[in-house]
Design a protein around this ligand. Structure first.
Ligand code: NAP
Length: 221
C-alpha cells in the first residue's frame, strides 16, 4: 500500500496526560518545545488532527514559531462537525484545509465547506463506523502527500497506532503532573507487560524544562 510516512507528535505531562480533565491542553509544553514542534510541522507535507481536537482547541496548525512552509491541514471528521467559523477554515492562511469525511455525508454541508476553500475527501467507514484510516492514508498519498505529522487527539492517535500507521514519534514530556485527564493512548489491545509496544532507537533531547523524545515505531514482535 502506498501511504505517507507518519510522525506522531504530542506533548504530555509526566503522568502521560495530553489534556486535563476539562480537555484543556494549552500549554503542557514550554516555549522551546513549542518552537521545535513548529519546526517539525515545517518538515512535513501535511498535518493531521481529529475533529475532537478541532472542536476543543480550534487550532490553526500553521508554522508560526519557526521559519518554513505551512503543511496542508487535514481534519479527520466523519460527519462534518467542523464549525464553519473554525480557524482551519477562516484564518486566512494560504495553505489549504482538507476535510476527510465519510462517503455517506450529504452534499449540502460539503458544499458549504468547499465555499470556504476546504477540500473534501470522502472515504469509506470501517466496520466500527469510524473512518477507514488505511484508505485515508492511501488517498493522501495519491494527492502527493509523502509525510504526515499526526498531532492528536487521543482517539485518533489510538486508532492510527492500532492500524499500524505510525512510523515515528516525537513526544514532548513536560515536568508537570495532572493525576487525571486525557491519556495519550487508549486501549490498543495489550494485556500483559511482556506485550508492550516498544519504541526503538530513542533519542532524548533536553528542551527548556521539557524532554523531547524521538523514536521509531515497529510493530513486529
Ligand atoms: N497535548 C497535545 O499535544 C494534544 C494534541 C492534540 C489534542 N490534544 C487534546 O486531545 C483532546 C481531543 O482528543 P479526542 O480523542 O477527544 O479527539 P480526536 O482524537 O482529535 O478526534 C476524535 C474524533 O475523530 C473522529 N474519527 C473519525 N474516524 C476516526 C477513527 N478512525 N479513529 C478515531 N477517531 C476518528 C471521531 O469523530 P466522530 O465521532 O464524528 O466520528 C472521533 O470522535 C483535546 O482535549 C485536546 O486538547 C492534546
Amino acid at each position: 500500500m502506498m501511504r505517507p510516512t507518519v510522525t506522531l507528535a504530542y506533548a504530555q505531562t509526566l503522568d502521560g496526560r495530553i489534556a486535563a480533565r476539562d480537555g484543556s491542553s494549552r500549554w503542557i509544553s514550554g516555549a522551546e518545545s513549542l518552537a521545535r514542534t513548529h519546526q517539525l510541522r515545517a518538515s512535513h507535507a501535511a498535518i493531521m488532527v481529529g475533529i475532537g481536537t478541532v472542536l476543543h482547541d480550534d487550532p490553526r496548525l500553521t508554522v508560526r514559531l519557526a521559519t518554513g512552509r505551512d503543511p496542508v491541514r487535514v481534519v479527520i471528521d466523519r460527519t462534518l462537525r467542523i464549525p464553519l467559523s473554525a480557524n482551519l477554515l477562516c484564518d486566512g492562511a494560504g495553505v489549504g484545509t482538507w476535510v476527510v469525511c465519510s462517503e455517506n455525508t450529504p452534499e449540502a454541508p460539503r458544499e458549504r465547506l468547499r465555499a470556504l476553500g476546504a477540500t473534501i475527501i470522502p472515504v469509506p467507514e470501517d466496520t466500527y463506523h469510524q473512518l477507514d484510516l488505511h484508505a485515508t492514508c492511501q488517498l493522501l498519498a495519491a494527492r502527493g502527500i509523502g509525510s504526515v505529522m499526526l498531532e492528536g487527539g487521543s482517539r485518533l492517535i489510538t486508532s492510527m497506532l492500532t492500524a499500524q500507521l505510525i512510523d515515528r514519534v516525537a513526544i514532548t514530556v513536560a515536568p508537570k503532573v495532572l493525576g487525571t485527564g486525557v491519556a495519550a493512548f487508549g486501549d490498543i489491545g495489550i494485556e500483559r507487560m511482556a506485550d508492550a509496544l516498544q519504541f526503538h532507537n530513542p533519542i532524548y533531547t533536553p528542551c527548556g524544562a521539557d524532554i523531547w523524545i524521538e523514536a521509531e515505531v515497529r510493530y513486529d514482535p
